[in-house]
Design a protein around this ligand. Structure first.
Ligand SMILES: NC(=O)c1ccc[n+]([C@@H]2O[C@H](COP(=O)([O-])OP(=O)(O)OC[C@H]3O[C@@H](n4cnc5c(N)ncnc54)[C@H](O)[C@@H]3O)[C@@H](O)[C@H]2O)c1
Length: 362
């Protein structure tokens, strides 16, 4: 098997707890040749922990200092600049979600990927979760979908609270005072002047709910003909209704609450069956997502009305974050292969996300 040489940008929480452990465990597929972090002390500490030979203070220095990388893995909070720098040097890119925060910057990434032939995979790991994949297959079997509900309600620190070890991340002293967030300035550019609640809901939509928009669009890729939405005064909750040309409709519910729960599901009601996909908390390693299917059984000689059947399918214990890196390796090593969650899909997700937030602002 061909080993893909990767350089990692950003050595924070998700790098230390998720991607570097999986990249190093998948050593037949990946060689982590370099890491960079704008806090180079942190990069050195993390490199020491994972046996990575080279460290740099930024992506440009890393690309110049280790030019023979095959791919770059972007794990910062704000991704587009590093993604573009890697693409311009012909490197394939895996980036954490969301790809970007404005349509213009995501269009720039799509154009750079198509021009250079280097692929971009966005880290929507739930799409690689076996229970979620099975749920999407069951949804595709529905004869005539009538209505859907996307539901995401999460409590504070939904990973760290249940697994305290997750808070055990090495931070640089500069992390305590990160300064103004450049992402917010670009969101204001995208939206123009918007009330604070809209900016908050925009950040939640892109930060957490984008997973669910991506998952929903995998089942229902068409563009809605009408989007209506409401947002709470503090920007912690948004409900949207989407209406499609064929009459299909969807309710989207996203909220952050103070209750330590993680609720994430997609339910689709159809002519012949109802399917629910319950997605697990991503911080519970190897925990399977579950699919529930309800349908009527045909009438029989002894039961003229037929019985009702409820099936529960539990996904495998394969870890979704690991499975997505295996897919990334396949895409990098197989000519013509295209990531399931590529930049163009992200652009279409982004149009829908902005459509919902804009409808709430209107
Ligand atoms: N897939 C998931 O379920 C999931 C879960 C959590 C976080 N994430 C994503 O992971 C990403 C990182 O989140 P995190 O919690 O690890 O953040 P973090 O703040 O812990 O780590 C980010 C690191 O990047 C470094 N950095 C920032 N800008 C840089 C630059 N220009 N060059 C080099 N280094 C730079 C910072 O110094 C920091 O060490 C986010 O985009 C987040 O959305 C995804």
């Amino acid at each position: 098997m061909r080993r893909v040489r990767v350089g990692v940008v950003g050595c924070g929480m998700i790098a230390q707890l998720v991607h570097l452990p999986h990249l190093t465990a998948l050593h037949e597929r990946f060689e982590v040749a370099a890491v960079c972090d704008r806090e180079e002390d942190l990069a050195r500490t993390v490199a020491g922990r994972f046996g990575v030979p080279r460290t740099y203070p930024g992506v440009e220095e890393m690309l110049a200092g280790t030019p023979d990388l095959d791919a770059v893995v972007v794990l910062t909070l704000d991704h587009v600049a590093a993604v573009l720098a890697a693409l311009e040097r012909g490197k394939h890119v895996f980036t954490e979600k969301p790809l970007g925060y404005t349509l213009a910057e995501i269009e720039q990434v799509v154009a750079a990927s198509e021009r250079t032939g280097a692929s971009v995979m966005v880290g929507y790991m739930k799409r690689y979760d076996s229970g979620v994949r099975r749920g999407l297959e069951e949804i595709a079997r529905i004869t005539r979908p009538v209505m859907a509900r996307v539901h995401l309600v999460v409590g504070p620190r939904y990973g760290n609270w249940i697994i305290p070890e997750l808070a055990d991340v090495t931070r640089s002293p500069a992390a305590a005072d990160p300064g103004p967030d450049p992402r917010r300035a670009r969101v204001v550019e995208e939206f123009g002047a918007a009330p604070q609640r809209i900016l908050e809901v925009y950040m939640d939509m892109f930060g957490v709910w984008s997973h669910d928009v991506n998952l929903y669009r995998a089942a229902f890729p068409a563009e809605p003909v009408s989007v209506k939405a409401h947002c709470s005064p503090d920007g912690t909750a948004l409900t949207a209704t989407l209406q499609y040309a064929d009459g299909f409709q969807c309710v989207f519910q996203g909220a952050s609450t103070g209750v330590h729960r993680f609720e994430e599901s997609l339910t689709v009601w159809g002519e012949d069956r109802t399917v629910t996909v319950d997605v697990t908390n991503p911080f519970l390693p190897n925990a399977p997502s579950t699919v529930r299917i309800w349908r009527d059984e045909p009438a029989t000689g002894t039961d003229a009305r037929g019985a009702a059947r409820e099936e529960v399918v539990t996904g495998s214990y394969e870890e979704a974050f690991r499975a997505q890196l295996v897919h990334f390796h396949e895409c990098v090593t197989t000519p013509g292969a295209r990531p399931l969650t590529d930049a163009r899909e992200s652009l279409l997700d982004t149009r829908l996300m902005i459509g919902m937030v804009r409808a709430a602002a209107d």
